[in-house]
Design a protein around this ligand. Structure first.
Ligand SMILES: [Zn+2]
Length: 223
C-alpha cells in the first residue's frame, strides 16, 4: 500500500493534518505563500516499519491491507531473526518469510548492546520453531490458545528465561508493549483516511511540543 506521510501544521488555534502544506489556511483562508507559519510544519512519524529491516523484533502485521489496523482486520504476529527473516506460526506450521512483513507495528526485543543475546538469537529462534509444539502433525493450531500470538509470546518468554528474567503474561505483554503501538497505528490510519477523503483533518490545537501523533483526547477536545 502506497503510504503518504502525514504532516501537521498549526494555524487559527487548530492542528491541521494533511499530506502537503496547503497554499492557504483551510480554516481562515489566509494565504501562506511568502509568509512564515507560526510554527514550522512537523511530520507525524509513521507507526509502521519494515519488519524485514527490524532484527530481533516482535512484529504485528495486518492480513487485510485495505482495512489494516482499523480495529476490524485480522492481525498476524511473528518474530524476526537477525537478518530479517520473519518466523510466524500458522495452521500449516512455522513459516519463515523474507517478504510480506514490509508494513508492521514493531516491538524491538533486544538492545543493540546485548551482543551475546544477539549472537545466539537465530539459533534460539530456529530451535524453538523446530519444537514438536509447532509441528502441525503433533499439535493443531487453535484460534484461541495455540496461535501466532502464543508462538511469539512463548518465544519471548524462553528468551527471558535465558536471561534469568521473569516471564510475561499475555495480558502484561499486550497491555504494555502491543496495545499502545496498535492504538497509534489505528489513529494514524484514521488520519490517513480522513485526509484522503477531505484533504485535511482539523482539531483544536493542543499546543503539544513534540512531533508525536494525535493524543488520546484529540477527538473529545471541544471547548
Ligand atoms: Zn488560519
Amino acid at each position: 500500500m502506497d503510504q503518504k506521510s502525514v504532516i501537521r501544521l498549526s494555524h487559527c488555534d487548530k492542528d491541521i493534518y494533511c499530506f502537503f502544506v496547503p497554499d492557504q489556511c483551510p480554516e481562515c483562508g489566509v494565504s501562506f505563500s511568502g509568509k512564515r507559519l507560526e510554527e514550522a510544519p512537523v511530520s507525524v512519524p509513521s507507526p509502521f516499519s519494515n519488519g524485514h529491516k527490524e532484527p530481533c523484533a516482535f512484529l504485528v502485521t495486518s492480513t487485510d491491507v485495505l482495512r489494516d489496523f482499523d480495529g476490524s482486520s485480522d492481525l498476524h504476529t511473528g518474530i524476526s531473526n537477525t537478518s530479517g527473516t520473519v518466523y510466524s506460526y500458522t495452521r500449516s506450521g512455522v513459516q519463515r518469510e523474507s517478504q510480506g512483513w514490509e508494513r508492521c507495528v514493531c516491538v524491538p526485543l533486544v538492545h543493540t548492546h546485548m551482543f551475546s543475546l544477539r549472537s545466539q538469537w537465530d539459533q534460539y529462534l530456529e530451535q524453538f520453531s523446530s519444537a514438536h509444539t509447532w509441528d502441525p502433525a503433533s499439535h493443531s493450531f487453535d484460534e484461541e490458545s495455540h496461535n501466532c500470538y502464543s508462538f511469539s509470546l512463548m518465544f519471548i518468554n524462553c528468551v527471558l528465561a535465558t536471561q534469568s528474567k521473569p516471564a510475561l503474561s499475555k495480558d502484561e505483554f499486550t497491555r504494555s508493549f502491543v496495545l499502545p503501538r496498535i492504538k497509534r497505528a489505528s489513529k494514524y490510519m484514521m488520519l490517513c483516511r480522513e485526509i484522503s477523503q477531505n484533504h485535511f483533518y482539523i482539531v483544536d490545537s493542543t499546543h503539544r511540543d513534540s512531533g508525536q501523533g494525535p493524543s488520546e483526547d484529540d477527538d473529545s477536545k471541544n471547548k
